[in-house]
Design a binder for this molecule. Structure first.
Ligand code: NAD
Ligand code: IPM
Ligand code: MN
Length: 381
């Protein structure tokens, strides 16, 4: 059920017949709802940036499940491992849908990929979009700190293979009045430490003044997992004496994110808190449609997966009004990961130029249809 397109090899430069650069093999999963619509724009923009991809398209998602019962066949997982990266739109049925059991696609495909490909960091960068809560916060304070930096204003490093997502739990006496349901949170020292180290390393690469690292957890209630996270940060911090760090409880972090998002530079947090905080951050920084993510296997023992933070958004699917910028920015993260640094930079600049022009016309995005936004960004390349 996969279709392949594009070259497998190409000459890296005219006349340089002995130097061959391998075309990147990218598996594309549009998925459900607006997923295919936004992924098409991301691919359009990558092509306009002059990067050749050998894409394999996989029709996974709710339709495929309803047609065949497949979620993520083992053979497909094996094929995905052979790619350099995976670009995904979104998977999941409409809320309230009963044809697809809740969580079946999410756990059976997306979470399975995160676990089996060991994508232990979910990197979610945010840039201030004009007109957003974060933009108002910045202008109120007179654009200090990160003003000169070219990197994202906030990066959330979300642990991506453990916590409540690990699936620990079960039912007892299901469906009876004495039913028991448990849902544990799995936290390993190794899993926490590799995520925390990634966050400290990332902080060191940011502009001085934008390097504050904040651990977000709920140590006042989750005393076991929270204690492990906090002790790990205390110990890892000793290897990074130049990085200041602090700690916020997740509930208070929600207040601060809305009232003064500029106070955060790098947040490191567990899987579930990271999920919730990044939808909130999406809204605060301009809208969930702008938010991008990279599910990274930093050891590069397999492909990493790139996807917008948002979901299938069935409420707006098929109307051509989904914002494709989160998917386009996810493709930028993919290009960076593939070593296409210059193309990544050019796409990021094209997006910024488009947003600046939209802002000067008094709107976050002009024109406002999915394909027109993709076209407007592609034309700048
Ligand atoms: P959602 O992110 O799909 O939608 C939440 C709200 O944001 C909706 O009002 C939607 O219209 C809006 N929105 C989302 N993306 C947008 C965009 N690009 N442009 C404009 N508006 C946008 O969250 P949901 O409704 O809770 O989830 C719908 C389905 O998607 C569920 O089945 C869920 O499990 C799944 N989901 C999948 C992923 C993923 O594949 N990575 C992520 C989140 C949710
Ligand atoms: C996300 C999504 C997923 C998550 C779901 C679809 C499993 O909400 O990528 O943020 O909870 O991680
Ligand atoms: Mn989410």
């Amino acid at each position: 059920m996969a279709t392949t397109q594009g070259p497998t090899d190409h000459e890296s430069a005219p006349g340089a017949s002995t130097v061959r650069a391998r075309t990147h093999r990218v598996a594309v999963v549009g998925g459900d709802g607006i997923g295919p619509e936004v992924v098409a724009e991301a691919l359009k923009v990558v092509a306009a940036a002059g990067v050749e991809l050998a894409t394999t398209t996989y029709d996974l998602g709710a339709d495929r499940y309803l047609r065949t019962g497949d979620v993520l066949p083992d053979g497909v997982l094996t094929e995905l491992r052979e790619h350099d990266a995976i670009l995904l739109g979104a998977v999941g049925p409409p809320l309230g849908d009963t044809a697809v059991p809740s969580g079946l696609l999410e756990r059976g495909m997306l979470l399975r990929l995160r676990f089996e490909l060991d994508l232990y960091v979910n990197l979610r960068p945010f840039r201030v979009v004009p007109g957003s809560i974060a933009a108002a916060d910045r202008s109120r304070l007179g654009a200090t700190g990160g003003a000169a930096s070219s990197g994202p204003d906030l990066v959330v490093v979300r642990e991506n293979t453990e916590g409540p997502y690990a699936g620990d739990g079960g039912f007892l006496r299901k469906g009876t009045p004495h039913e028991v349901a448990t849902q544990g949170s799995l936290n390993t020292r190794m899993g926490v430490e590799r995520c925390v180290r990634f966050a400290f390393e990332l902080a060191t690469r940011r502009t001085p003044g934008d390097q504050q690292l904040t651990l977000v957890h709920k140590t006042n209630v989750l005393e076991y997992a929270g204690d492990l996270w906090r002790r790990t940060v205390v110990e890892v911090a000793q290897d990074y004496p130049g990085i200041e760090w602090d700690y916020h409880h997740v509930d208070a972090a929600c207040i601060h994110l809305v009232e003064h998002p500029g106070r955060y530079d790098v947040i490191v947090t567990d899987n579930l808190f990271g999920d919730v905080l990044t939808d909130l951050a999406g809204a605060v920084f301009g809208g969930i449609g702008f938010a991008a993510s990279a599910n990274l296997n930093p050891a590069r023992t397999g492909p990493s997966l790139f996807e917008p933070v948002h979901g299938a958004a069935h409420d707006i699917a098929g109307q051509g009004i989904a914002n494709p910028i989160g998917a386009i920015e996810s493709a930028v993260l993919m290009l960076e990961h593939l070593g296409e640094t210059s193309a990544a930079g050019r796409v990021a600049k094209a997006v910024q130029s488009y947003l600046d022009e939209s802002a000067s016309a008094g709107t976050p995005t002009i024109p406002s249809t999915t394909t027109a936004i993709g076209d407007a960004i592609a034309e700048r390349l």
